[in-house]
Write a protein that binds this ligand. Sequence first.
Ligand SMILES: Nc1ncnc2c1ncn2[C@@H]1O[C@H](COP(=O)(O)OP(=O)(O)OP(=O)(O)O)[C@@H](O)[C@H]1O
Length: 755
Amino acid sequence: MMMSTTLSDSPLSETPAPAQSKRQLPLFLRNKKTLVGVVILGFFVLVAIFGPLLAPYSPSAESTAKGMSVAAPSLSHLLGTDQLGRDVLSQVLIGTRTTMLIGVVTGVIATFLAVVVGVSAGYLGAKWDEFLSLLSNLFLVFPALPFLIVVLGAFPGTGQVPIIAMLSLLGWPWGARVIRAQTLSLRNKDFVAAAQETGESSWKIIFYDIVPNQISLIAASFVSAVLYAIGASVGLDFLGIGNTSTWSLGTILYWAQNGNALELGAWWWFAIPGVLIALIGTGLVLVNFGLDELGNPRLRDSGAVSRINGRLWSPSDPTAVQALVKTGGRSWRRRGHDTLVPRTDEISNSSLSGDGTNSVSFESLQRVDGHDRSGSALVNAVDVHQSGGLNGQVHGASTDSNILEIRDLSIAYRSGTGDLKAVNNVNLAIRQAEIIGLAGESGSGKSTLAYGTCRLLRPPAVITSGSAIYRGSRRGASELDLMKVSAGDLDRLRWREISIVFQSAMNALNPVLRIEDQLLDPIERHLDLSRDEARDRINEVIDLVNIPRNRLRSYPHELSGGMRQRVMIAMALTVNPRLIIMDEPTTALDVVVQRDILAQISELKDRLGFSVLFITHDLSLLVELADRLAIMYAGSLMEIGETSDVVARIGHPYTEGLLNSFPPLHGPRRSLAGIPGTPPDLRDAVQGCPFVPRCRYSDDACTKIHPTLLTLDCGHGLGHMSACPFPERIRGTATDVGVVGDMTASRDRGSYDSV
Ligand SMILES: Nc1ncnc2c1ncn2[C@@H]1O[C@H](COP(=O)(O)OP(=O)(O)OP(=O)(O)O)[C@@H](O)[C@H]1O
């Protein structure tokens, strides 16, 4: 019987769907902090605009009447009076306008200067960059306060203009540095290179490509400049350096200080302007949070969070792999815990390097693990016919030879417009020492399934149901549900037992670390080896993937694409994992290198006995490599079986379409047919089989069935299953990829749920 995990069981499923009222708010305001910030600032903007009109008295009007000096708040003076009987409420209403005006005008000028200098330095580079960076640095170390005192002293009684001018001049360098750095990064992006290639002028590229792509950064820089200007002007006014004859929140504090407000206990005189200044600052800081999140979509997602050592993680994060493997500090020869410790006699006797060095071999590690994972350890086939024909059946059934069983796993991406169901009730078992190929078009949910299984997805992804049972963990537990184990246990399991080879090696490798150091990280984290043993281990894996040892001192950019991908494979192998997830590891490589790497993966798998979940959209590539194929479409498995079965007797029209979409790696050339149409939008509810609109065999019946993986009677070994109720229709339209054999579905059509 299928075990299913409910939403509340899953550590990743704590996020409720967004409330309707929240959905209607603009993106920027969905964050509570930002909303509070905007409300606070909105209040002060209104006070700045209408405050002077509402002031009950002139702020400088003195009252000599008895008891009016330093009078506590009353009905006639809601915020009390100062020592000259002046109304504090009127001073606050008028002073807020001045303070806000200084902040906003300074913010605009300083941000304008920051953008001009930052973008020019970053985009024009060379001498311009040197000159403008030098200028920014000079202004950053400029002794601002004495300078301001001198200048403002030289222009007494000239209103706020000198203050605004001085603060603008001193407030731009921080923003300029950040904007320069972002411009440098954008300048190297492909879309900018493409614009340059088409001959667009520099100014056009700056205005259309560079500046719009850092709007949120510029906005954040503006908010910071406003905050700085308000803080600085209040400080100057309080010290009496500014224009004390003009009312601002700072000058109220100046008069309060001079009038001994504190000693007189006249809290209303200093506390109220003080609180207002703090509130303006808080509002600006909160809005800045929102702008940060707007500029970085990853920060703004709500919901479940996957962390490694407290660090947010995403598979597409360029430094993710570093975080994944390096989840501990550098400490050598940690003892006294259950980390794998190779025995000395095994270390000395079983080197794979063959050069007599004292290296730690894979075989020694396998024996210490208690797992014989030699290539010959391939498991016996399991007859799934016995349990076939049931909804939610795991291909491969439940057997000790399965190292991972994904059961009824469903994953959705939450958004303001509803859930995108990326993975729907997927059941899949991965056996020991097999390569299982997961194929499907882009967007079919392959990566979501793979990363979701290891709980490596981050918000807005949510595991809505299901489990992933990991068997035979080295840490002792016979079965672990990856959806339920603690984050700490999962950290220890990842890489040590399940490692990942990412699609883009250039992104996954840290550009500033040598290859050797990057290979050292997982060893350091997961194995208890001395430095020399670790070096031996690195030499061993680097030999395995055919990279010359002298390249260990290289940086990633000094290697070819194929070499970098091999380094990724070596990194995945360093701690001898039981399962390696390979996410399109060869997509970016040319066919020759691709073939070479595939052959190597296959050979290493046979030699070391690990399992591989190989993800690709190129089914013809998997036909060459995989023991079993799983075909995914619109978040569901469409077909699964031994590769030879699937190719020889195609069981689903989608598989047929995929096979006809790619040229085989070898063999005679054939015309490619492709699959007409596009996959469904996974946000929409699909009636019947999701492939119907693109299927040349479909009829009305297909829109009424609930596609379920059922066993075809022609499979052997682990069986051959398809979600198409009419696989016999594919007969007679054989592609030249494989011969469509005698295949009849022995299934009772009545077992399909009608929808
Ligand atoms: N962070 C995300 N937020 C919202 N939707 C997402 C996110 N990541 C993926 N999706 C959606 O989930 C679905 C499955 O995506 P996934 O990347 O798993 O597919 P895939 O088969 O691995 O595609 P590819 O081969 O292009 O990597 C797609 O519709 C995709 O748009």
